[in-house]
Ligand binder design. Structure first.
Ligand code: NDP
Length: 240
């Protein structure tokens, strides 16, 4: 049986690496993105996978997006909540809008997407939900009260939903990546990045495929006894 996997924010960066790893392992993969059509077209052409455009912060859009994916591919077995954004600034400078955007996109999306997929996983007595948190949700980060709160929330969401899914063979786990060389990190000023890399024992940024390896572990049919767990993949930067 071919498992159907959905990866939010799958057209770029870490999400794209996750899509490719799942595809290579034989999963039927649906990707998602917000608005960058050019990146999505490049993704489709280079990976042979289809991407679905909808805003994961929008509850109704997630329901409609999942309905379309189910119509195209069948029920969702694996959900990877990967889509995320930053709107950095110190508390004093952060607007309420920047707070809401990050909370809604990074954390609200996990609720929206789980709500659209969990009932069918329960009925079919199988599911794998993998949420992408962050080292900054574990350790905090200057200028990121919105992002750190959302990512920290993901870790709590994971542990709570794991308890609800356990009796239905639905596992819910999280990955907390350290700094990875994607577009998101390219936005960090070079002098700040230099200081961050100096704190990483392995002495470099991570690569997206190194995060995808963790997702593959949690996604496996065989990973039946691991749930409510957070895997840190950060080059030793934060040992939790
Ligand atoms: P990128 O910025 O490289 O890619 C983000 C992806 O998410 C894009 O596909 C983007 O779509 C999509 N996306 C953004 N907002 C939405 C939305 N509202 N609805 C649907 N899709 C959306 O991010 P990364 O690959 O760097 O990060 C992936 C995840 O990993 C994020 O959750 C991030 O917080 C987390 N993370 C990243 C780290 C890093 O160092 N890079 C470290 C720790 C965690 P579009 O192209 O249309 O904009």
């Amino acid at each position: 049986m071919t498992r159907v996997a959905v990866v939010t924010g799958g057209t770029r960066g870490i999400g794209r690496a996750i899509c490719e790893a799942l595809r290579d392992a034989g999963y039927d993969v649906a990707s998602n993105y917000a608005g960058n059509d050019e990146a999505a077209q490049k993704f489709e052409a280079e990976t042979g996978l289809k991407s679905y455009k909808f805003d994961v912060a929008d509850y109704d859009a997630c329901q409609a997006g999942i309905d379309q994916i189910v119509a195209d591919k069948g029920p969702v077995d694996i959900l990877v909540n990967n889509a995320g954004i930053t709107r950095d600034g110190t508390l004093m400078r952060m607007s309420r809008k920047e707070w809401d955007e990050v909370i809604d996109t990074n954390l609200g999306s996990c609720f929206n997407m789980a709500h659209a997929t969990f009932p069918s996983m329960r009925e079919r007595n199988f599911g794998r939900i993998i949420n992408i948190g962050s080292i900054n949700g574990q350790a905090g980060q200057y200028g990121q009260v919105n992002y750190a709160a959302a990512k920290s929330g993901i870790h709590g969401f994971t542990k709570a939903l794991a308890q609800e899914g356990a009796r239905y063979n639905i596992t819910v786990n999280a990955i907390a990546p350290g700094y990875v060389d994607t577009d998101m990190v390219a936005a960090v000023p070079a002098n700040v990045l230099e200081k961050i890399v100096a704190q990483v024992p392995v002495g470099r940024l991570g690569h997206a495929d190194e995060i995808a390896r963790g997702v593959m572990f949690f996604a496996a049919d065989e990973a039946t006894f691991v749930t409510g767990s957070t895997m840190s993949i950060n080059g030793g930067q934060h040992m939790y």
